[in-house]
Design a protein around this ligand. Sequence first.
Ligand code: SAM
Length: 330
Amino acid sequence: MKLFETAIKENIETEEQNKNNFLQDVIAGLRQHPKHLQSKYFYDQRGDTLFQEIMNLPEYYLTRCEMDIFENKTAEIAAGINAAQTPFDLIELGAGDASKSMHLLRYLKNELTDFRYMPIDISGNILSVLDEKLKKNIPGLDILCLEGEYFDMLYKAAQLSSRRKVILFLGSNIGNMELEEAYRFCFELRKNLNKGDIVMIGFDLKKEPNTILNAYNDAKGVTASFNLNLLERINKELKADFKVDKFEHYETYDPLSGACRSYLISLEDQKVSIDDAVFHFAENEAVYMEVSQKFSIEDTEKMAAQSGFTQVYSIKDSKEWFVDAFWKAV
Ligand SMILES: C[S@@+](CC[C@H](N)C(=O)[O-])C[C@H]1O[C@@H](n2cnc3c(N)ncnc32)[C@H](O)[C@@H]1O
């Protein structure tokens, strides 16, 4: 009984801490110039559903390309991560609904590979979707869901087991960081791993600019709703009064830098209250929401080398639009 009460108390404390972090990040972001909201907060229950819808859009080629790799090159991926033939923890950062990694998990399970799957995600909602789906589709899979921030949960995973680590970081999640942040992220990732551990990272490659722009600017407006949903979430969870229809989604792609950026534009001069703070938005003022960085193969090799990894090989989809790079910690 005591243990149960302690667990409930810890859960309530974590929820309060999460809400407080959310509030502090939103307020700090809106005090910046230009105003900024962090895209890791996109993923509440509605955000998760909208992202699943985005993955099925005709314009959003990224999921189909990486799915092509995971469906058709499964044996190659499995051979790479299991070359050492020793038990391992397969940790997926920002796993989402694991729609792509599921093919690899099934293959490894059928091969009787000794591994435990540990999906990490900041969204408890998507982890419960994933958990139910995988238990149904791959009976007997050894799975432990870890809800929280990437590195907090990676640390937890390392405390739970000393087996070698294989990290999956798919969907070009790495592209949702500014380049310097992505370099810092990979460096930090290396610090949390041991020599010989493996990382597989999905990178979206530079390509025809309109193809990229359309992927984040779909005709049905699902990506627009996905961005605007963060304002709805702030209203619901942080006692705010955004008039969501007074903001509009705007997307840009710069083929030189490879940065695709999304903004919300204030359609009029307006004030918004969040908790005890009040923010002014000028007419046409842009709130910067998210970057989706595009890469060349040379960029991925450079990133590996500068953060303590070596790029052993990389697997492209049949269109050569997307690459999963296979890194080893050196
Ligand atoms: C763009 S989705 C991609 C999902 C999946 N990797 C895929 O390829 O389909 C990003 C996922 O990462 C999670 N995420 C974003 N930032 C995170 C963070 N800082 N820590 C943990 N999870 C995060 C989100 O909740 C979401 O499920």
